[in-house]
Design a protein around this ligand. Structure first.
Ligand code: MG
Ligand code: MG
Length: 274
């Protein structure tokens, strides 16, 4: 990862927002097809078609040798699950990570879906992970540090009995998918890279129901929880501003679809989180 932090103009941030919004719309397209019996490879194909139909390129495909448009991680898979012949089943939890490259800039966002009826314990994991994301975003303001984001996420996850994955972290986003700085989901307040207006970062808590420890499968991609308990992952691309964080990606299209399908999803209480 390059060490130099980029500071983006408003025009550049607008381009990252366009790419990030297309990721949100792509994930909403995927959401329409998330149900027991769905095949992960088919979800991947429809996402790629959707992105290309909008004049953009899949952001992951070909990067670091990634073969797919989406990374779909089911149950104990934390991140980097490869789409294929796997069928989603009732009670599964599936995180879908997607990147888009358009007009020279990337967008990056991930959402974890409940497939059919899932356990209350899984619903709680999804809620807390999304709260972690929200709390992390609240720290993405001028003058704070990456450690403030990490601390907010880690503190909320661990207070709720969950493990915070250490091996994978958030990152700067721009002309490259992964830029400086690293944005860990753990940390100490007042430590790490200072956040300044114009920085654009992906904040992406990966929270395990059990141990924080992870392993990698033989496919060289899929990261799983060491104890094989479920894991959740939510991600937004965010611009650091003076006094506030500006979320460039969105879950609103996804939530509109899930509401229409009558699927369960996390509805955060804005009052509680602000
Ligand atoms: Mg991502
Ligand atoms: Mg990312």
């Amino acid at each position: 990862m390059a060490k130099t932090v980029n500071y983006r103009s408003d025009a550049e941030i607008a381009l990252v927002r366009e790419s990030s919004l297309l990721v949100g719309r792509t994930l909403a397209e995927v959401a329409k097809h998330m149900r027991p019996g769905s095949v992960t490879g088919e979800l991947d194909r429809l996402a790629e078609t959707f992105i290309r139909d909008h004049g953009a390129l899949p952001g992951f495909k070909g990067l670091y040798g990634c073969p797919s448009t989406l990374l779909i991680s089911v149950n104990e898979e934390v991140v980097h699950g490869l789409p294929g012949t796997r069928e989603l089943r009732e009670g599964d939890v599936a995180s879908v990570d997607c990147g888009v490259l358009m007009n020279g800039f990337y967008g990056d966002s991930a959402y974890t879906f409940a497939i059919g009826e899932v356990d209350e314990a899984v619903k709680r994991l999804l809620r807390i992970t999304q709260e972690c994301l929200r709390l992390g975003i609240a720290q993405a303001v001028d003058g704070r540090r990456t450690g403030d984001i990490g601390y907010a996420i880690q503190n909320h996850a661990e207070r709720n009995g969950y493990g915070v994955v250490r091996e994978l972290v958030g990152h700067g986003v721009g002309e490259k998918l992964h830029e400086a700085p690293e944005v860990p989901n753990y940390g100490r307040r007042g430590h790490g890279t200072q956040l300044r207006t114009g920085m654009v970062i992906a904040i992406e808590p990966m929270i395990n129901m059990g141990t924080k420890e992870v392993s990698q499968l033989d496919d060289g991609w899929t990261v799983v929880s060491h104890d094989r308990k479920p894991s959740a992952h939510f991600e937004h691309t965010v611009a650091v501003r003076h006094g506030h964080a500006e979320v460039l990606s969105t879950f609103s299209h996804i939530e509109d679809v899930l509401k229409k399908k009558n699927d369960w999803y996390v509805e955060l209480d804005e009052e509680v989180m602000n």
